[in-house]
Every structure is written in structure tokens, then in C-alpha cells.
Design a protein around this ligand. Sequence first.
Ligand code: NAD
Length: 258
Amino acid sequence: MGIIEKMRLDGKKGFVTGAARGIGKCTATAFAEAGADVAIVDLDIEVAQQTAKEIAEATGRKVIAIKCDVTSEEDVQSMVDTVVKELGGLDFCHANAGICINAPADQMTYQQWLKNMDVNINSVFLTDTIAGRYMLAHGGGSIINTASMSGHIVNVPQPQCAYNASKAAVMQLTKSLAVEWAKRNVRVNSISPGYIGTELVLAAPHLKALIDQWNAMAPMGRLGKPEELESICVYLAGDTASFTTGSDFVIDGAFTCF
Ligand code: NAD
């Protein structure tokens, strides 16, 4: 069997959070293109259902939509139970849902800080441990978390201390779980994208206005596309990544190199 065949995800079942649109939609599409059945997990169930329909039609795979607030333990448990029941198991997941709240630290309210932490890091703990419990009890699995280059550097000019801290925490949680579960066949890795042209950036006027400044700092002079994160996630979800755990993959067009 050739390497491309070995990387396929035929027969595997997984879910992606924050998959109605953006990066999550892209990786969910790629997982299905690689042969997996996938659940599109999102707060926005209407868009998630449309996304699931599009991916199912394009790939012929079983693709379901599940409404879930990833900050709710009850929702995440019920979502994982639904994935197992509807898809027949759980081999991989991509904990990807996230938000970006920008405010100068001396003006940020504690509520803003807590909201950012709840969606960007507490949710990853919930998703990883609830999915992980199933995987540990059923032979193993692969967990992918979306961190960010913001966990490695302090982005400028926008002030985003909470976002940066939450993404650094995603990386360290990833490594901690990877070490705890290394002998039990559950792998945990993270991806750290640079600036990617999704609605998180394009639909936020205060961020969209900064694109030219970011591009001036970027070695490639452009934003990344969500599609440029697909292949690393398919690799991480699959069996050729069997020795890959506890790693963070920076995909940023060399933005953080200097
Ligand atoms: P996006 O805003 O386009 O999509 C995020 C999705 O998450 C939306 O569909 C939204 O409904 C969903 N979501 C938000 N809160 C949720 C919750 N509590 N429960 C369930 N779903 C929820 O964003 P994106 O750019 O695709 O970002 C995806 C991830 O990638 C985030 O973790 C983000 O921090 C990270 N990231 C993005 C960039 C970028 O430049 N776009 C760069 C690095 C990292």
C-alpha cells in the first residue's frame, strides 16, 4: 500500500468542533474526503446542518450536525454520546471552536477574560477529556487541538492578552494529555495557525482593518487559507502519525520565524 492510501481515514469516525464554518469546516471536509464519517459540532446548528449536507453530498460519507456549546460539560458529554451512537464509534476529534476578544489589558473586563478562557481553553479540557475517556476505554484515538501562533508570540498591533494566554494554555494542555496517555494509545497534538482568512478575521471590522499591517509583517505577504491546514490534520488523525504525540505544528508561512 502506498503512503497516500496509508494516510486515508476509511472506516474512522470523528467530530470537529466549531465546524459550521472556517477552519473547522475545512478540516471536517478533509476528514470526510479521506474516508471518515464526521460530526459537524457547533453552536450555530442551522449553518452546521447546511455544512453537513454540503460535505455529505460532496464526499458520500455519513456527516451529521450536532448543536453543542463547547463550554458546557453537559453539552459536550451529550455530543460525544451522540457521535458514538450515530456514527458507531469515535477514533479522532478536532477541538477547534474558539473566539477572539481583543481589548487592552488595562481595559479588559474580568467577564471578557473569563469568556475568552471558557471558549478557548476550558472547552478544550472538556472536549479532550470527555472524548479521551471514550478513546481510552475503546482501544485508542487521536485528538487534535487548535492552538494558534498567538500561543507562541504576542501579536501586534491588536491587544489580545487573553487570547494569547488561552492559546499557550492549549499547547501545554495538549502536551500534558499526550504524556499521560502515551502508553494508552491516545495521541494528542495541536496546530498553531498563523493569520487565516476566515470569518473570525474577515467578519470582525477591527481585525479586517489590520490585514494590510499583518501582511506587511508576513514573510509570504498574505493570510493563510483554511485549506492550507487540512493535510496536517488528516495526517494527525490517521495511523501514519502513530509516533506523533505531544507536538504542536506551526502553520504560519514563517510569520513566527523572526
Ligand atoms: P470562525 O469564527 O470562522 O469559526 C468558529 C466557529 O466556532 C463558528 O462556527 C462558531 O459558531 C463556533 N463556536 C464559537 N463558540 C462556540 C461554542 N461555545 N461552542 C461551539 N461552537 C462555537 O473561526 P476560525 O478562524 O475558523 O477559527 C477556528 C479556530 O482556529 C479557533 O480556535 C481560532 O482561535 C483558531 N485560529 C484562528 C486563526 C485565524 O486567523 N482565523 C488563527 C489561529 C488560530
